[in-house]
Design a protein around this ligand. Structure first.
Ligand SMILES: NC(=O)c1ccc[n+]([C@@H]2O[C@H](COP(=O)([O-])OP(=O)(O)OC[C@H]3O[C@@H](n4cnc5c(N)ncnc54)[C@H](O)[C@@H]3O)[C@@H](O)[C@H]2O)c1
Length: 250
């Protein structure tokens, strides 16, 4: 098993790519903390992992709340003894507003998608240092690399911040054997909070820009996260793994 004896926190693991990652981690032998604001859905994912023979628990987490982060990391270490892997996956979309210059959404998206990732790193790094190292995987996006129509620029800015803070962590905590990489999904099944980009007509048009000619699947992103979390990626840090069907190669 590729994550035997590892302890992992996956944020936003009640849904989508986070849930797929938690399930995959469970099958690979990790003890998984499913951290999300959606309690019923998160508990259902934890139950699935256990049913499949894995070890998992749900912990409520709002990634924008520093005290909540401190509690989740402390509870994880109390329960499973250490922290090896953090997947900062929780996020909200920037495509649910019509006014692309609205200011309110700027703060909400930056708070969840960027500050939430920073707070997770800040809470996890001290425990990883104590543990002799760790692996942090941050979910950015193709939106963290290029601009897009129909998406509020807060989303691009928040994912761009994730992309570069990943490199800061790699540089600053490499000497502590903490690796940090970003994963950049392309056109995936819509997020719970998606607006315009969930419209089938819009999606059909967007698909024309994908060389592989189809949506990505959540398990295809989970596979990439698994690789970076595992010791197979032991010399990989500060890099960006595009999982976009070739979108950014065009
Ligand atoms: N779906 C896409 O097309 C796509 C593409 C590229 C990148 N991404 C990124 O991948 C990640 C996962 O997206 P998804 O498609 O699985 O979305 P999703 O909407 O299915 O899941 C997101 C999860 O994050 C949780 N979440 C939201 N705000 C939170 C908060 N404040 N605290 C804790 N949990 C919170 C939600 O409850 C949900 O369970 C996100 O960071 C997203 O920005 C998505």
């Amino acid at each position: 098993m590729r994550l035997a004896e590892k302890v992992a926190i996956v944020t936003g693991a009640a849904s989508g790519m986070g849930a797929a990652t938690a399930r995959r981690f469970g099958k690979e032998g990790a003890k998984v903390v499913i951290a999300d604001m959606l309690e019923a859905e998160g508990k259902a994912v934890a139950a699935d992992v256990v049913k499949a023979g894995g070890i998992a628990v749900f912990m409520p987490l709002n990634v924008t709340d520093e005290a909540n982060w401190v509690k989740v990391v402390a509870d994880t270490v109390a329960l499973y003894g250490k922290l090896d892997i953090l997947v900062n996956n929780a996020g909200i979309s920037g495509s649910a507003v019509n006014d692309l210059l609205e200011t309110g959404i700027w703060y909400r998206v930056m708070d969840v998608n960027s500050t939430g990732v920073f707070l997770g790193i800040a809470a996890a790094v001290p425990e990883m240092k104590k543990n002799g190292g760790g692996s942090i995987i941050n979910l950015s996006s193709i939106s963290g690399v290029v601009g897009q129509t129909m998406v509020h620029m807060s989303y691009n800015a928040s994912k761009g911040a994730v992309r570069t803070m990943t490199k800061s962590v790699a540089v600053q905590y490499g000497p502590d054997n903490i690796r940090c990489n970003s994963v950049h999904p392309g056109l995936m099944p819509p997020m719970r909070t998606s607006g315009a980009t969930a419209d089938p007509v819009v999606r059909a048009k967007m698909l024309r820009a994908v060389p592989l000619g189809r949506n990505g699947e959540v398990d295809e992103v989970a596979n990439a996260i698994l690789f970076l979390a595992s010791d197979e990626a032991s010399y990989i840090t500060g890099t960006e793994l595009l999982v976009d069907g070739g979108y950014l190669a065009m």
